[in-house]
Design a binder for this molecule. Structure first.
Ligand SMILES: [Zn+2]
Ligand SMILES: [Zn+2]
Length: 341
């Protein structure tokens, strides 16, 4: 099955956290965390529509300036989501530059703060020198922060001595085209297939006309049944910078349940358990235990501490062994899907 999400850590397992999630065939992307991104070409970053920031410790947020610079001259809105206080952090970053020549710019930031019970959004338009204005009243936070026709994004606040937000991106349904059926019907693939998928995703009525070829309109239901297979969607979960505590573990397991890929921090080895707890971080073994409890398909650990340089294989092996419930040698890891794509 061809997958819709294509996720990759822009700085690998050892650099600043920044997970790019591309939506195949749609020219759209999401970014989870905003560590340094200055080595990533602008063309790869421009499809980003929304950024989900765990917390504003420097290694998770210092890419903000870079992203802003790439987007500034564009007629678009970039959405940022994060824990309470993120709008002040954005305002503080913006206050560090001079904006006297942006009056004609169509770019704006929209920043959503996720509190314990409520979400609140502010708009920062370049044309107004990024002076912030509230975008509607506060609304209740019930777990889902963004509901797109193609996917939903959920957030769960975790304890990192401050809030560190964990994220899950779930495809609503996965639609595959049946090429054999197209050939049998003598039809050619084209933009009409995207229109068809879009109509299915938004739940358009069965008799909605779909133009499968010039002048050839057929009802949605017949076209869907003939040319598409519908299966449950992909899920990606993301957890960084969190203490291994009972309440955090419960929140992570709930959020990541059944994920296809679980990106989880593993900065420390279990031999440094106390140090990890003091720093409000996980060990590799704890990451593996969380992945197993959540029943994920694949665990991808990252955010390794540079103190283990030369021993990164040990971190991988410790996490995957706990995840699998038995000893795993580093050489086996590729087969278990631990290597980065
Ligand atoms: Zn942190
Ligand atoms: Zn961190």
């Amino acid at each position: 099955m061809k997958t819709t999400f294509r996720a990759r850590l822009l700085n690998g397992q050892t650099g600043d956290p920044a997970l790019l999630v591309g939506l195949r065939w749609q020219g759209r992307a999401l970014l989870v965390d905003l560590g340094r991104i200055d080595r990533t070409p602008a063309g790869i970053l421009l499809p980003i529509e929304a950024v989900f920031v765990s917390h504003t410790h420097m290694d998770h947020f210092m890419g903000f300036d870079q992203l802003l610079r790439i987007f500034l001259a564009r007629e678009s809105t970039l959405r940022l989501y994060g824990p309470e206080g993120i709008a002040d952090c954005v305002a503080g970053k913006l206050a560090g530059y001079t904006w006297n020549l942006t009056d004609e710019y169509g770019f704006a930031l929209e920043v959503t703060e996720i509190g314990a019970r409520e979400m609140m959004t502010w708009r920062f338009p370049a044309a107004r020198r990024f002076a912030r204005e509230p975008l509607g009243p506060a609304r209740p936070f019930t777990g889902v922060v963004l509901a797109d026709p193609v996917f939903t994004v959920e957030a769960a606040p975790l304890d990192h001595k401050i809030v560190s937000m964990a994220w899950a991106i779930t495809e609503r349904m996965h639609l595959n085209v049946r090429p054999d059926a197209l050939v049998a019907a003598g039809l050619h693939p084209g933009p009409w297939l995207n229109a068809l998928k879009q109509a299915v995703r938004v739940g358009a009525p069965d008799d909605t006309p779909i133009e499968v070829a010039r002048g050839d309109r057929r009802p949605l239901r017949a076209v869907r049944e003939q040319f598409l297979t519908v299966t449950s969607g992909q899920k990606i979960a993301y957890v960084v910078d969190t203490l291994f505590s009972p309440s955090n573990a419960a929140a992570v397991v709930r959020l990541a349940a059944g994920a296809d890929v679980f990106f989880c921090e593993a900065p420390f080895l279990e031999e440094d358990l106390e140090q990890a707890a003091r720093r409000y971080h996980l060990t590799a073994r704890q990451a593996g235990a969380l992945a197993r409890a959540a029943g994920v398909q694949r665990l991808q650990v990252f955010h390794f501490s540079p103190r283990y340089e030369g021993r990164y294989g040990d971190i991988q092996a410790e996490a995957q062994a706990e995840f699998a419930g038995h000893e795993v040698r580093y050489g086996e890891l590729d087969r278990r899907g631990a290597a980065l794509p």
